[in-house]
Design a protein around this ligand. Structure first.
Ligand code: MOS
Length: 721
């Protein structure tokens, strides 16, 4: 074991390739004879395609083929009981229905991008258009599912000395990773290779195989580098299926890069939510009743659940509680996970209500949360594997200078600027998922760790090298990481903040297994001796030898050890505890009423994410997430034209996101308490938790500065005037 390689802020080992332009992203792949594909997108939000006339487009120079429902062939839906993941369940171009604005209705293949783009404009599509229902107000009172319940929340609420009953809203937000979705598909005989921008190459292979009816062993998916994803690239979208099928039909490699405008329509978004929170408390702030009823939108082509109440059952101690959830269908494209799905909008509602309760009672919001700290996970009736929210809040308060807070509205000033301070808790599930990896010890002294996972930009590649080096007692530069290719042992999804915990488990097992294989080889040479692999040396009674020498001596090129992780919820030990990450954000906003300018100045985040494998990449996760939270609180909001369902700000000029000018100073601290529930390293993982709680901390700070309680995101300047 080499403890010095864990925790250290090791720079990303793939960093030099990225910043020097040597990293090949999906769209960087070129093959001889490759065609450029570009979809024709529906210009209605609901209705029927009457006719597609490709004549003029086909006559354009360079246009090689146009596929429509008539000639794309059968693309199968996944069976109901499939374990594979796709959000848009209706396969593309199989019927005449238009289910959302921007749905692909034809696919043009041309020699160049410009030719394809011009030809797309000439494809004439006639529709029977209907008016889509893209209302974002979601009607309560319909069918709701009870997610978790205890005690008698109704009567406890009715009798509570203090009650809060408010509805909170979050808008549709669109994922805008720098790298656009893209597919490069290439057939060799009856084998398909797809270069794809996906957070889950193994699932992507499975979906392509199942929906295109190709045996899985003849499909390979490669994602060498990703330029971000935020959940939008977790599961396959239609463009990938269409590109792969088109390449097969045209018998040429095909590249399809989704445009930024299409990114707002056909590759998911975070659903809007509408959440009623009812809190009942005694006069001191102790929660008596907590009810959380959340709604999100589903879509005609599929449904992705936004579990806003996920954290509500365990975050605070409360004897009477009920969480219900439901969806209302709207004519949007299908929504999907966006960083911290469920918990991020859910905690906006819950933590906003907690702040309202603190104000109502005149209690410090930190004290209110400390007062309601639970002894155990009251929703499951089991202890937490490791919960340090109290320490997060106390340390955060100290680092922020919270003790200097004057709770009066607008009471804190810096010249003409009014300062507002706010705080919120954060939490996100800790989980391990199925993952395999292999570790090879080579006769040149190099170690390779191999897993069909991908690095979304978070640092998975670097963390894998560190975990492997640690397990084998080697320097990190002895380890070569092979990821991003489904020919490798099936690795984890880059999602849910689960990749590191899953890989840590698999790596530890694979390292032990590899060492055994090596000692077997050595033992063959040294009959009957006690041997051990220590810091890369095979040690016996009569000395030590580098493992490379042992392998060379035996004429063995490499030995391989295998390891795997399984779902933690199926693991009896991990099941007996509640595994969650915790944290908090303290926020300072600056409000300049004279010029109506609101900015977030500084954020102090304290995160309890188990043991931290890489202080730098983990900190970057939280820093990035906090900036995303500023965008969520103040800027991000996809607007739709109610006549046709078109996003009206579906481009980077009109869809506002955080830029450097908006970015606050962020101070991140990790508690670094190991949590051994998921693996021997004590690693839980970070990523989504950095976003949870940022928005409600900001709106709490806005309230402190202005006296305006904003319950519908984003906070607009108009709402403060
Ligand atoms: Mo994340 S929304 O699990 O990619």
């Amino acid at each position: 074991m080499r403890d010095d390689v864990l925790g250290a802020g090791l720079p990303r080992i793939d960093g030099p390739r990225k910043v020097s332009g040597h990293a090949r992203y999906t769209a960087d792949h070129h093959f001889p004879g490759m065609l450029i594909a570009l979809p024709v997108c529906a210009t209605i939000g609901r209705g029927t395609i009457r006719r597609v006339d490709c004549g003029a487009a086909l006559a354009m120079p360079g246009v090689q083929a146009i596929y429509t429902r008539e000639n794309i062939g059968h693309i199968a839906a996944l069976p109901e009981d499939s374990k594979l993941e796709i959000d848009e369940k209706v396969p593309p171009m199989q019927d005449d229905q238009v289910r959302y604005y921007g749905q692909y209705v034809a696919l043009v293949l041309a020699d160049t991008f410009e030719q394809a783009r011009d030809a797309v404009r000439l494809v004439q599509v006639d529709y029977d258009a209907e008016t889509p229902d893209v209302r974002t107000e979601l009607e309560p009172g319909g069918r709701m599912k009870t997610e978790t319940e205890r005690g008698d929340p109704d009567s406890a609420f009715a009798h509570a000395p203090v009650a809060i009953d408010e509805t909170y809203r979050t808008p549709i937000e669109t994922h805008n990773p720098m790298e656009l979705h893209a597919t490069v598909a290439r057939w060799e005989g009856d084998s398909l290779t797809v270069y794809e921008t996906t957070q889950a190459i193994v699932n992507h292979r499975g979906v392509l195989a199942a929906m295109l009816r190709v045996p899985e062993e003849r499909v390979r998916v490669v994602t060498a580098f990703l330029g971000g994803g935020f959940g939008g690239k977790l599961w396959p979208w239609s463009h990938s299926l269409l590109a792969a099928r088109a390449a097969q039909l045209a018998q040429r490699p095909v590249k399809l890069v989704v445009t930024r405008q299409m990114m707002f329509r056909s590759v998911g978004h975070r659903t809007n939510t509408q959440q009623r929170i009812r809190l009942g408390a005694d006069g001191k702030g102790k929660l008596i009743s907590l009810q959380h009823d959340f709604l999100f939108h589903s879509a005609p082509a599929g449904m992705s659940s936004e579990a806003c109440g996920e954290a509500t059952g365990y975050l605070y101690s409360c004897p009477n509680l009920r969480v219900t959830g439901g969806s209302r269908q709207r004519d949007f494209g299908v929504n999907t996970a966006m960083r911290g799905p469920g918990a991020v909008p859910g905690m906006f509602a819950l933590e906003s209500a907690m702040d309202e309760l603190a104000v109502r009672l005149g209690i410090d919001p930190v004290a209110l949360r400390l007062l309601n700290e639970p002894e155990l996970d009251e929703s499951k009736g089991v202890p937490f594997s490791s919960r340090h929210l109290r320490e997060c809040l106390q340390l955060g308060a100290e680092r922020f200078g919270w003790a200097r807070r004057d709770a009066g509205i607008g009471a804190m000033r810096d010249g003409d600027t009014i300062l507002g301070w706010g705080v919120a808790s954060a939490t996100w599930l800790g989980m391990r998922r199925p993952a395999q990896c292999a570790i090879r010890l080579h006769d040149d002294g190099v170690v390779t760790v191999r897993s069909a996972t991908q690095d979304i930009g978070t640092g998975t590649c670097t963390v894998l090298a560190q975990l492997t080096a640690h397990a084998l007692g080697l320097d990190v530069d002895r380890v070569r990481v092979e990821i991003g290719d489904t020919d490798l042992p099936p690795g984890p999804v880059s999602g849910g903040s689960m990749a590191t915990a899953s890989l840590a488990t698999a790596v530890a097992m694979a390292a032990r297994h590899a060492a055994r294989q090596l000692l077997d080889v050595a033992g063959r040479e040294q009959e009957g001796r006690e041997l051990a692999l220590v810091e890369g040396m095979v040690k016996g009674a009569d000395g030590a030898q580098p493992f490379a020498d042992v392998l060379r001596h035996a004429g063995v090129e490499y030995v391989e050890g295998q390891g795997e992780s399984r779902w933690s919820f199926k693991d009896p030990h991990a099941k007996s505890v509640s595994i969650q990450s915790f944290g908090c954000h303290f926020v300072e906003v600056a409000w300049q009423p004279a010029i109506a300018r609101l900015a977030v100045r500084r954020v102090v985040s304290v995160i309890d994410g188990g043991r931290i494998v890489n202080a730098k990449t983990a900190r970057n996760q939280i820093e990035g997430a906090v900036q995303m939270g500023v965008g969520m609180a103040l800027l991000e909001h996809t607007h739709y034209d109610h006549r046709n369902g078109a996003p009206v700000n579906g481009n980077l000029a009109d869809y506002m996101m955080v830029t450097h000018a908006d970015a606050p100073h962020v101070d991140v601290t990790f508690l670094d308490h190991p949590d051994h529930a998921l693996n021997e390293y004590g690693v839980r993982g970070v990523g989504e938790i950095g976003l949870v709680g940022v928005a409600p901390a900001i709106t709490a700070a806005v309230y402190h500065a202005t006296g305006r309680r904003i319950r519908s995101l984003p906070v607009t300047i108009e709402a403060l005037l």
